[in-house]
Write a protein that binds this ligand. Structure first.
Ligand SMILES: Nc1ncnc2c1ncn2[C@@H]1O[C@H](COP(=O)(O)OP(=O)(O)OP(=O)(O)O)[C@@H](O)[C@H]1O
Ligand SMILES: [Mg+2]
Length: 240
């Protein structure tokens, strides 16, 4: 279980995250919703060791992560799938996957590659081609695959459906659900609130760096007016 308690993160004098609490259970999808600038990406990056928090606790099982470097967060079992996928276009699909396995024991890399090719057969087909030629949805599979190479216990996903065609959004969210069903805990940020709530177990809504709603995904769906008010838009109507 990943536990984030009273997290505060600042950029200079600007405090972007002020007291966020969130838990990620093995096999469950925790969804983080919130308007632009609410502090969602900042939260994920702080957990991933990319931006040190000012205060608060981040624990994975019994290990404290809040002062660890990004690679040591990965070795603790927590990996970030960043916004915009960030695949390396000129490298092949397989080279991108191998980058994700850099913290894993060498003898497990080949086995992990095969496992990921079974989950995402299209990546096996394209393994020797440049990642830049994949479609958006395929690049998202590659981003998931690259993260899975580190054999994580928790995956942090920043807007995995961003920029994808509506038909592909559901496919990506189904993959997120399948990843969780394999036992991995998922903390996912999504703008596609309605579709994402369908695959989530828990939901938190963040506004101006604070949690303003925390409950089950079902509660979030039934309190949709509360959630909507904080999202500020017609987020629950999107992608209906
Ligand atoms: N590198 C930075 N330097 C200074 N301020 C930043 C930086 N990155 C983010 N911020 C500020 O921190 C706040 C939270 O930003 P963050 O990117 O975490 O929001 P978000 O919830 O992910 O928004 P979005 O939905 O647009 O992705 C915003 O006010 C933003 O302007
Ligand atoms: Mg963001």
């Amino acid at each position: 279980m990943l536990r984030v308690s009273d997290l505060h993160v600042s950029y200079g004098r600007v405090t972007a995250v002020r007291g966020i609490n969130v838990c990620v259970r093995p096999g469950a999808v925790s969804l983080m919703l919130g308007a632009n600038g609410a502090g969602k990406t900042t939260t994920l990056r702080a957990i991933a060791g990319l931006h040190p928090p000012e205060s608060g606790e981040i624990t994975m099982e019994d290990q404290h992560l809040e002062r660890r470097s990004a690679d040591r967060v990965v070795t603790a079992g927590v990996v970030l799938v960043p916004e915009g996928r960030r695949v390396f276009g000129p490298l092949t699909v397989e080279e991108n996957l191998r980058l994700g396995g850099y913290t894993a024991p060498r003898d497990s890399v080949a086995r992990e590659l095969e496992r990921i090719y079974e989950i995402f057969p299209i990546l096996a087909e394209r393994r020797h081609g440049p990642a830049g030629l994949l479609s958006g949805g395929e690049q998202q599979m590659l981003a998931f695959g690259r993260a899975l190479m580190s054999q994580p216990k928790v995956m942090l996903m920043d807007e995995p459906s961003m920029g994808l065609a509506p038909a592909i959004v559901d496919k990506v969210l189904t993959q997120v659900r399948a990843i969780a069903d394999s036992g991995i805990g998922v903390l996912m940020v999504e703008q596609n609130a309605k579709a994402a709530l369908e695959v989530a177990d828990d939901a938190v809504v963040v506004a101006r760096g604070e949690v303003v709603f925390s409950g089950t995904a079902e509660e979030a769906r039934s309190h949709s007016s509360v959630v909507l008010a904080f999202l500020g838009e017609t987020a629950l109507e999107q992608g209906a």
